[in-house]
Design a protein around this ligand. Sequence first.
Ligand SMILES: C[S@@+](CC[C@H](N)C(=O)[O-])C[C@H]1O[C@@H](n2cnc3c(N)ncnc32)[C@H](O)[C@@H]1O
Length: 282
Amino acid sequence: MNNVTRYQNAALQYYRDLTGSSYLHYGYWDPIPAPSDELTVSQLRVAQEKYATHLLSFLPTDIHTVLDVGCGNGDNAIAMLEKGLKVEGLAPDPLQEADFLERTHGKAIFHVDTFQEFVKDPQKYSPQLTYDLVLFSESSQYMSPEMIAEGSATVVKSGSYVLLADMLRKDPEYREGMFSNCLVNSDLHKEMEKAGFKLIKTDDISAHIAPTLDICVQSFQTFGVSTMKYIANLIAIAVPPIYKVLRYFLGKQTKKLITEGLQASNLFHKHLCYEIQLWQKI
Ligand SMILES: C[S@@+](CC[C@H](N)C(=O)[O-])C[C@H]1O[C@@H](n2cnc3c(N)ncnc32)[C@H](O)[C@@H]1O
């Protein structure tokens, strides 16, 4: 496993511990809370449950087999199995594999690898030659638009679908910062069309995910910043030389990251959107 994958896995595990749930996505707040409303972690959990229901309402009725790319701990897969679909999960994370298999009770297969590796030789992984739908639920940001488009085209046949839900860059000039790993929406459209897909449904749910950013920033402001200050004070008192060295190396960088983190919601509204897109191979 390379460093980037290890880092992503650690970040996802942290998010899981923080929310106390198996979900690894932003959720779907419905109704959208008013700006003056206090946001709570239990409301976030409800939003996370509503996300699967809303996302899966986009599944076409004429499908039987699904490849869930970046399936996480299996929440979407469980909901799809309950709908009678045949599901295969794919993610490069052995921890997620264990959770996914336990929670789907052996009713779904899991492939421990990246989509990039999977599409090089899909038959090595699965007897399934093609799928009726490929799902990317908040996993598109780990791949290039070309990989999503061309990779999907190799595992679907004409008439089959790609369902994608993620944060996307509406501003292609936004190239540096915490959300710059999100795909540029216009690039994704260009590559999907080039690979023979047609957009048949889209839903901009930016306003329904934004409260999750707000609650993360609020918690960070309340607990994160004060905890970091407390630890820094302890180190400064207990071991001043270490504090000096840490401050020298981490001071500026940490300040920059904190300032950016507190601006997460503003950055999102200015440069990004969150869309659900249903594409069909023609
Ligand atoms: C934010 S989580 C989303 C999980 C789940 N789909 C959901 O909606 O809750 C991102 C997922 O993508 C997976 N992932 C990361 N890089 C990947 C890659 N190159 N190929 C396939 N999956 C990847 C992660 O391991 C994780 O399962």
